[in-house]
Design a protein around this ligand. Structure first.
Ligand code: UGA
Length: 445
């Protein structure tokens, strides 16, 4: 190898690939982003970013202007020294992960890579994928590595530039150190390990975070049943430094493209190896139970049959700061209410998912027009700043259900509205997990 700067190739320009490519160019590397979607590549060459991701437009345009970032559609341009695979691994109908994008990329890379190149998995892959990758590459002169990403949608650029750690797995420490060179200008600890451990870190981290949230949401249900206040309980336990304040917000249940997939992946891994993983399966079951509980609680707070009601819903994305609605708890709420016959007036600042029976509204206030209940399903900051007096004038009934706890209770009360929030006992009398979901549709009009 010469001492020249490595040519970096990123295969796939989704939120992980595009963020990685643009941020590596920002760190001073020469980066080629390869994607088979021609229309997307042409748009990216013009600096048009197809996803909502804070700071990404600026990163991409600065990369293009500096000449350090370019986009190509053909694998002819993928002959880099370090090739990062940022490809989707969707769940199949049978529940397995579909590795066909990775396989296809590996087979094409086999024909273009120079000896000594390293192929790195970056986006989430099942544990053990490195063995398949070596088989598909079928080139003993190439190396593989695992460098899992921990980027959160909506804050991916920030997370890339300020990581808690960089994890690199490889069979050979020299290979790992060459991958580590990509991140040398970041002030983050670099953990070098074996391939299987690196792949496991990613799924284990997401499973642990999901478990933390399932626990917090369970405690919010305990608060409702006992008259406690989840904010007080969290403040009390989070001040123990062993527990901490991060990832402690109760909500409508966790979702998105990662936690549901990774927790199911971890459960499947246990089954494949004949291992009992009761914490993992309970984490998933707890989230399902929580979503049932939220659904029942919304119906109870409405206090009338859903088939006879109009519900305003603020938010469709799985969290704020992204346009992603995959496995969105907000959309799960919308779908359940719509399936039970409610008319839904939905507003989300960036997403307009198509759901039968749902009317998309021009703004948050428009959604409230003559609705019997307002449900806040995603924590967009603008919802927390809404004029509650205006909301009160528009609603047909004075009830707000804030699944994310973003409203100021004093402002809501001052507007004459009744506020329901997960984890706040006083407003939840009569709602219990033992009640059947879907049968209680509230009292008569
Ligand atoms: C998650 C991980 O946080 C990232 O580290 C990881 O890289 C990414 O998955 C991935 O595997 O690619 P993401 O799915 O973008 O990131 O979103 P999170 O911010 O982790 O939120 C996940 C879910 O938890 C959302 O439904 C969110 O609303 C919920 N959540 C999060 C809460 O209900 N409360 C909290 O306190 C935090």
């Amino acid at each position: 190898m010469t001492n020249r700067e490595p040519q970096i190739v990123v295969i796939g320009t989704g939120y992980v690939g595009l963020t990685t490519a643009a941020c590596l160019a920002h760190l001073g590397h020469d980066v080629v982003g390869v994607d088979v979607d021609e229309a997307k590549v042409w748009a990216l060459r013009r600096g048009e970013v197809p996803i909502v991701e804070a700071g990404l437009v600026g990163m991409v345009s600065r990369g293009l202007e500096s000449g350090r970032l370019r986009f190509e559609t053909s694998y002819e341009h993928a002959a880099g020294d370090v090739v990062l695979l940022c490809l989707p691994t969707p769940t199949t109908a049978a529940g397995d992960l579909d590795l066909s994008y990775i396989e296809s990329a590996a087979r094409q890379l086999r024909d273009v890579l120079e000896p000594g190149a390293i192929v790195v998995t970056k986006s989430t892959v099942p544990v053990g994928t490195h063995r398949d990758l070596l088989r598909w590459l079928d080139r003993p002169d190439l190396a593989v590595a695992s460098n899992p990403e921990f980027l959160r949608e909506g804050t991916a650029v920030h997370d890339f530039c300020h990581p808690d750690r960089v994890v690199i797995g490889a069979a050979d420490v020299g290979v790992a150190e060459r991958v580590a060179g990509l991140y040398r200008s970041l002030s983050a600890p670099i953990l070098i390990t074996d391939l299987a451990s690196a792949e496991l870190v990613k799924v284990a981290a997401n499973t642990f975070l999901a478990a933390k949230l399932s626990f917090v949401n369970e405690m919010s249900r305990v608060c409702e049943a006992t008259g406690g206040d989840i904010d007080e309980v969290i403040a009390g336990i989070a001040s123990d430094h062993r527990i901490g304040t991060a990832f402690m917000r109760p909500g409508p249940g966790w979702g998105g493209s990662c936690f549901p997939k990774d927790t199911r992946g971890m459960a499947a891994l246990g089954r494949q190896h004949g291992l009992e993983l009761p914490m993992v399966t309970a984490t998933i079951a707890s989230n399902d139970a929580h979503m049932d509980h939220i659904d029942l609680s919304i119906r109870t707070s409405l206090g009338r049959p859903l088939a006879d009601a109009t519900v305003a819903v603020w938010g469709a994305t799985f969290k704020a700061g992204t346009d992603d609605c995959r496995d969105s708890p907000a959309l799960a709420i919308v779908r359940r209410l719509a399936a039970a016959g409610a008319r839904i007036r939905l507003f989300d600042p960036v997403a307009r998912p198509s759901v039968a029976g749902v009317e998309h509204c021009g703004d948050a206030y428009d959604a409230c027009d003559n609705a019997d209940l307002l449900v806040i399903a995603t924590e967009w900051p603008e919802f927390g700043e809404a004029d509650m007096n205006k909301v009160a004038r528009l609603l047909a009934a004075p009830t707000v259900f804030d699944t994310r706890g973003i409203l100021d209770p004093a402002a809501v009360a001052a507007a004459g509205l009744i506020l329901h929030r997960p984890g706040h006992g006083a407003s939840w009398a009569g709602v219990s997990n033992r009640d059947a979901v879907g049968t209680g549709s509230g009292g008569p009009r």
